[in-house]
Design a protein around this ligand. Structure first.
Ligand SMILES: Cc1cc2nc3c(=O)[nH]c(=O)nc-3n(C[C@H](O)[C@H](O)[C@H](O)COP(=O)(O)OP(=O)(O)OC[C@H]3O[C@@H](n4cnc5c(N)ncnc54)[C@H](O)[C@@H]3O)c2cc1C
Length: 600
């Protein structure tokens, strides 16, 4: 039997989906050869960014019922696995009891990411158990640091020493860490030069792992830059993670401090917090059924074009769809066109025609932010079908497939693609992909307790002050300039994958050897590795690399929204990408063998 080798680099959820696709494809189509699969990852198998040793208070931001590695129902969802594994809920904690104490884990629970890690490793074991006899697994604990072409094969190098040759290599390396940029270096220099003046002075280019934040002294103050999910993790680590507790006084949550938390100041470029996820009323599989932003409507616009303008051609469909969802929540189902109120709601969410009116001063801005969070939570508690606002915002999640069609494959012109990346993606994340609502209730409790404050308005900047050895947050609100100061600074934003700025030795080797390049559109560098629709890398000269594929977050740029886990009952790009890629990997090997046979 011929032996063929495939290397999978990275075994997080994407690597897992590749193994699922391999098992399926080889069982159904490729019994004529022996396939040796080398899986390489320094971490626990399947877990990727969700290690099972992370603190319990770090929650998934998707309800458990909607997370599954088996969207076609061939295995348990995250909820089902939690129940089968004996997990039970005790208030807002989850313990494995194998008994009947506590409450059953519910589809609407936001489970700790630690449990997600356990689930993923369990899935890994299940998948490997389904491997047919001609599929052999070789596991390697380590990081791939180099990759090069050797005759008609590829060689990957693990941790700079051990080399494996293979017919094909698939990269599923997921989330990334940037090389220190100019701002990081400047901040680090400031800390080195001024630590003698302020022993609490710190800079964290990322809050992960959150255990690194333990070095922040309790009596100090911390500025967190960012209002999104990463900031939520940092706030939780500095409060719940330090022994603080939340109690319910019947009306709202109250924070009981441990006195070990620092004072936290929040600021960001937009100055606005993320909207909370609404109570899910759509069950496990339910989704808004599109009337305007349909795949068909998008295809009619984008077909054979490379000059689509997202603002002019796609946003109008999204706006109408959001208005329609708003109207459905109001029970106006027979309406032929969206109502004016629906359109106003969509415009407000999408910040179309937003007035530039700001608050008079920082105190007024802080009150406005708190009012905004409270108002948003009223809608979030009503649910994503009952609240017209949340129903409209949820369109972005439910119509993700159509949005993908609109932006993938280089359909947008370069400037529109840049604006999509820099304006629309952050805005959509802010209104549609926020934290569980419990986290925003807790944020309000922390503000009331004086532990958290809004540290600046829109456009707030941060600089080191050499006179005080502290960070200064400066914002201009109304006619006034406000300055707040803090001892530590945390940059709370997930790094985008920009190959040139990525700290991974593997990424740098790929660029150095010309095996891959950053994705550009009309000369505008968008980011992510340039790939074909099937996931093959495009090399430095624009040729399709025949032996290397790349899936997931490192392709965010030519692809869109690559990082959501598969959702139950929905077409999952996560799974489709893996299947298309594996079919290509296996076919390409056969084609190369056939070509070789003909030549000899
Ligand atoms: C903090 C955080 C929280 C998140 N929470 C959610 C959530 O609640 N719900 C949701 O749907 N999504 C969430 N996501 C999105 C996340 O993208 C997906 O959940 C999922 O982890 C993506 O899987 P992946 O395999 O592509 O990447 P990852 O999970 O990042 O896994 C990549 C794997 O590749 C390995 N690797 C990297 N480089 C190398 C190398 N050179 N050699 C060998 N191995 C390598 C890594 O060790 C890792 O195991 C979250 C992401 C982060 C970062």
């Amino acid at each position: 039997m011929t032996e063929r080798r495939i290397v999978v680099v990275g075994c997080g959820p994407r690597g897992l989906s590749l193994l699922q696709a391999l098992a399926r494809h080889i069982t159904e189509n490729a019994q004529d050869a022996r396939w040796v699969i080398h899986v390489i990852d320094p971490g626990e198998l399947g877990q990727g960014s969700h290690p099972d040793h992370q603190p319990d208070y770090l929650l998934t931001n998707t309800v458990a019922g909607q997370v599954t590695m088996f969207p076609d129902d061939t295995g348990p969802s995250f909820t089902e696995w939690s129940r089968l594994s004996g997990y039970r809920r005790f208030d807002d904690r989850f313990f494995r009891t194998n008994g009947s104490e506590g409450e059953t884990v519910d589809d609407s629970d936001y489970l700790p990411r630690r449990l997600l890690g356990e689930y993923l490793t369990w899935v890994f074991d299940q998948v490997v158990a389904t491997f047919p006899g001609n599929l052999v697994l070789r596991l390697h604990r380590g990081s791939v640091t180099d990759i090069e072409g050797v005759r008609d094969r590829m060689a990957v190098v693990i941790d700079g020493s051990y080399r494996i040759e293979a017919d094909s290599v698939v990269l599923a390396t997921g989330h990334c860490a940037r090389k220190p940029n100019e701002r990081d270096l400047e901040h680090r220099r400031f800390v080195s030069a001024n630590a003698h003046m302020n022993s609490a002075l710190r800079y964290f280019p990322s809050p992960y792992p959150v255990t690194s934040l333990r070095s922040i002294p309790p009596s100090s103050s911390v500025a967190i830059q960012g209002f999104g999910l990463t900031a939520t993790d940092a706030i939780t680590a500095l409060t719940l993670g330090r022994g603080g507790r939340f109690e319910n006084d019947g009306r709202s949550k109250v924070y009981l401090p441990s006195r070990r938390e620092p004072r936290i100041l929040l600021f960001s470029r937009s100055g606005r917090p993320f909207a909370a996820r609404a109570m899910n009323q759509k069950g496990r599989n339910g989704a808004h059924s599109a009337r305007y932003l349909t795949r068909q409507a998008v295809l009619e616009i984008t077909s054979c074009r490379k000059d689509v303008d997202f603002d002019l051609e796609i946003i109008p469909l999204l706006r109408q769809e959001m208005a329609y969802a708003h109207d459905l929540a109001h029970g106006r189902t027979s309406q032929a066109e969206p109502t004016p109120e629906g359109l106003v709601c969509a415009d407000e969410l999408l910040e179309i025609h937003r007035s530039s009116r700001t608050s008079a001063d920082l105190a007024a801005w802080q009150r406005a932010i708190v009012d905004g969070i409270e108002d948003d939570l009223v809608h979030a508690e009503l649910g994503n079908l009952t609240s017209p606002v949340k129903a409209a915002a949820d369109v972005i999640r439910d119509c993700r497939g159509a949005l993908r069609l609109a932006v993938e494959g280089g359909t947008l012109h370069g400037d529109s693609h840049l604006r999509f990346r820099d304006h629309w993606v952050p805005l959509m994340n802010r209104i549609s992909f926020g934290p569980p609502r419990a986290r925003n209730h807790e944020l309000l409790a922390l503000i009331r307790a004086g532990v958290v404050a809004i540290g600046g308005g829109p456009g707030c900047t941060v600089t080191g002050d050499p006179h005080t050895g502290r960070w200064s947050l400066t914002s201009r609100i109304g006619n006034q300039t406000h300055v707040e100061s803090a001892d530590s600074l945390i940059s709370a934003k997930l790094d985008a994958f920009e190959p040139e700025n990525d700290s991974s030795r593997l990424t740098q080797a790929i660029l150095r050897r010309g095996l891959g390049r950053s994705f550009s559109n009309d000369g505008r560098v968008i980011g992510g590795f340039d790939v074909t629709p099937g996931g093959r890398l495009v090399d430095a000269d624009g040729r399709v690399e025949q032996r290397i594929w790349c899936l997931g977050y490192p392709t965010e740029g030519p692809r869109f929204y690559t990082h959501a886990l598969p959702r139950a009952g929905h077409r999952s790009d996560f799974i489709t990408d893996a299947r298309v890629c594996i079919a290509e990997v296996i076919e390409s090997r056969k084609e190369r063998e056939d070509a070789h046979d003909e030549a000899s």
